[in-house]
Design a protein around this ligand. Structure first.
Ligand SMILES: Cc1ncc(COP(=O)(O)O)c(C=O)c1O
Length: 432
């Protein structure tokens, strides 16, 4: 018997504009591969690439994908098929991009605070470096006089969905302050470096085109005085709607406010082959991903109803570190009456939650929930905290009628510990 206050908390279901059209395929994936499982919808990734391209039409354009958002190899292959390059921020990401088949000239290496070894590695692979510190630019010039380089500027404008993701402005560690442009110029001259590109990336989850435009204006002003530029990289950061009813970034307005001025800028710039780059991560993949998790424990305590799942902050840390909203739907009982839940994980932290005080169609133990819009910064920020294995990953192929495809199985706890001990002892299957 449920306590009385739960009976009182029933509501009729309101139409849910976030309920996934692929719900039956998601349930099929949960049946086939178990939970927890990240599932990516190929059609959504391709549609987002097409939509952004459409709104940048008319510009000499190269799109990169910021693979930190999600480095799943199947997604990277889709991105490569779509003709994009990649923005990488570590030797590991660069190695993966090269092995997936991205050509070095389609890769930009944007590591911050890189080591000498990382610098030599990227340059040795024929990958262009994007440098955001004066001392690194000096060391690059000393090592490779006459080389081409891209410089990341901090345009003194920043933004994003949370303070932790703001990467421009005076508190940001990223980029060379635009006020130091004279020192950049002196270093380029001293080492005979060719400034092939100027770059900025001011933050993540930005929903305001006017903020983007403010930063773009600063970068264009800087670019005006560099005649030999091949490209201007305006970064990523495009936000996506996470909440039901939230309006997406206004790309029509973006086109009007930014694309036309960029075209005019290019017409006036002396460089004949000047190209514009954008490098979104979230925009391409966030809405393509769902995390499937099974509720194993319902608990009524202190006037709250906790739905305890087989996943947690180890698999999706965004709610814990950004208080991020992710819509949660009950795939197993979509038409159930609404009740208010805290949807929580199985990790020993009180920040371990997916949703708080959230109305969801009635949840029963054993039901499968989908945590939505987790294709970006979901698995890529996951950890082995509490020594629980990572979720499986699966793809919903775009081909009509195609069954969900397992991309990466979930490890058993035993296999995880085998690998863990083997790394520590150097023996294939070790005990200590
Ligand atoms: C240099 C750089 N480019 C692009 C991105 C992608 O950002 P987003 O996923 O918000 O588009 C990031 C994210 O932090 C970044 O640091």
């Amino acid at each position: 018997m449920l306590p009385l206050f739960f009976e009182a908390s029933f509501r009729m279901r309101a139409p849910d504009d976030k309920f996934p059209p692929t719900a039956s395929r998601l349930l099929e994936a949960a049946e086939a591969f178990g939970t927890p499982t990240y599932v990516y919808d190929e059609a959504v990734v391709r549609a987002r690439v097409a939509r952004l391209r459409e709104h940048l039409k008319g510009l000499p354009l190269r799109l990169l994908y910021a693979m930190k958002a999600n480095a799943n190899p199947a997604l990277l292959k889709i991105i490569r098929e779509e003709g994009l390059g990649v923005d990488v921020v570590s030797p590991g990401e660069m190695e993966l991009a090269l092995r997936i088949g991205f050509l070095p000239e389609r890769i930009l290496f944007s590591a911050n605070n890189m080591t000498d070894d990382e610098m030599h590695e990227a340059h040795g692979q024929g990958v262009m470096l994007n440098i955001g510190e004066l001392s690194r630019l000096a060391r690059f010039g000393e090592a490779y006089p006459g080389a081409e380089v891209c410089v990341r500027l901090n345009p003194a404008v920043g933004g994003g969905h949370h303070a932790h993701v703001v990467t421009g402005g005076e508190r940001s560690k990223f980029g060379i302050p635009v006020a130091d442009l004279g020192r950049v110029r002196a270093l380029l001259r001293k080492h005979d470096l060719r400034l092939a590109g100027l770059h900025q990336h001011i933050g993540s989850g930005i929903m305001s085109t006017s903020l983007i435009w403010r930063a773009v204006r600063v970068l264009l002003e800087a670019a005006r005085s560099f005649d030999e530029l091949s490209f201007i990289n305006l970064g990523g950061g495009f936000g996506v709607p996470y909440r039901p009813g939230e309006r997406p970034l206004d790309l029509e307005n973006f086109h009007r406010a930014i694309v036309e001025p960029l075209k005019a800028f290019r017409a006036a710039h002396p460089s004949p082959d000047l190209t514009f780059l954008f490098e979104p991560g979230r925009y391409f993949v966030a809405e393509a991903g769902a995390l499937l998790t099974r509720v194993n424990t319902l608990k009524a305590a202190n006037g709250r109803l906790f739905a305890g799942t087989d996943s947690g902050m180890n698999h999706l840390i965004r709610p814990a570190i950004y208080d991020a909203y992710h819509h949660v739907v009950n795939l197993s009982n979509p038409d159930g009456p609404l009740r208010t839940y805290d949807v929580v994980g199985n990790i020993c932290e009180s920040g371990d939650y997916f949703a708080r005080d959230r109305e969801i169609a009635e949840i029963r133990e054993g039901d499968v929930l989908a945590v939505l819009d987790v294709g970006a910064y979901g698995l890529s920020m996951a950890s082995l905290y509490n020594l629980r294995p990572l979720p499986a990953e699966a793809l919903l192929p775009a081909a009509p009628g195609a069954a969900p495809r397992l991309l990466r199985p979930r490890r058993s706890p035993r296999a995880l510990i085998d690998a863990f001990l083997a790394e520590h002892t150097g023996r294939a299957r070790a005990t200590v």
